[in-house]
Design a binder for this molecule. Structure first.
Ligand code: 9UX
Length: 84
């Protein structure tokens, strides 16, 4: 099934890559498409992945979060791997 999530905290192409890699690590996830504009991810997985699980992966990847979800107030702590 497909799930679309809105992501906050992505500011450059490196973020997109980080997010994509992080989401791919989640068990059951088959394909991940991430775009910066609008900041979102579309995930295809065998089963529904919980928002909690997605959110955790995003935070681990570098302080990103799902828009509107709990933890969205977390400020991004540091820049990612590329431009900042
Ligand atoms: Mo995103 Mo770029 O975390 O330095 S701003 S990779």
């Amino acid at each position: 099934m497909k799930q679309q999530i809105e992501i906050t905290g992505m500011t450059c192409g490196g973020c997109v890559k980080n997010v994509k890699e992080a989401l791919k690590q989640i068990e059951g996830v088959q394909t991940v498409e991430v775009s910066l504009n609008p900041p979102q991810a579309v995930i295809e997985a065998n089963e529904s992945i919980s928002k909690t699980q997605l959110s955790q992966a995003l935070v681990k990847a570098g302080g990103y979060s799902i828009a509107g979800a709990e933890g969205d107030k977390n400020q991004k702590k540091s820049g990612g791997s590329c431009c900042s």
